[in-house]
Ligand binder design. Structure first.
Ligand SMILES: [Zn+2]
Length: 150
């Protein structure tokens, strides 16, 4: 029995409040219950929240670099079935809550990737450059091989 949308929002936002996360919220991590084709997106297990909070440190850095502006989330957590459906790799960092595909308002994806390269701990990050967004993940903090670039 997986968490409902309301359960997820309550658990995630109370953790974010405790950790002083102000600029990101539960439904950005996982839009639980949204229909995607023939099924609804599932909530992550709550043990993955600490990965989300580590990633938020990096997202907050991107928000504050250059001209401070919102970081929009295209995709953050993916449950296993959804990840499979959209052709994600089985070891995708999106399954861990430790990866997001992002756009920073006012900046190109390539500028965002360059900002990530300038992060003090860039050697622990995965950074993927795409035409319309930038992928970032915290693989080095989760014991996976790092850095990764594509
Ligand atoms: Zn991604």
């Amino acid at each position: 029995m997986s968490a409902t949308r309301a359960d997820w929002v309550e658990a995630c936002n109370s953790e974010f409040l405790a950790q002083r996360v102000h600029n990101f919220s539960a439904l950005e991590v996982a839009d639980v219950g949204r229909r995607a084709g023939d099924r609804e997106l599932q909530a992550p297990t709550l043990d993955l929240l600490e990965n989300a909070i580590m990633l938020i440190d990096v997202l907050q850095y991107i928000r504050d670099e250059g001209v401070r502006s919102p970081v929009l989330i295209n995709s953050w957590y993916r449950d296993e079935e959804y990840n499979k459906k959209i052709g994600g790799v089985p070891w995708s960092m999106h399954l861990t809550c430790g990866a997001a595909d992002i756009v920073k308002v006012g900046y190109t994806p390539s500028q965002v990737a360059d900002m990530l390269e300038a992060h003090p701990l860039a050697d622990k990050l995965g950074i993927g450059r795409y035409n319309t967004f930038t992928h970032v993940d915290i693989r080095g903090w989760l014991g996976r091989e790092a850095p990764a670039r594509w």
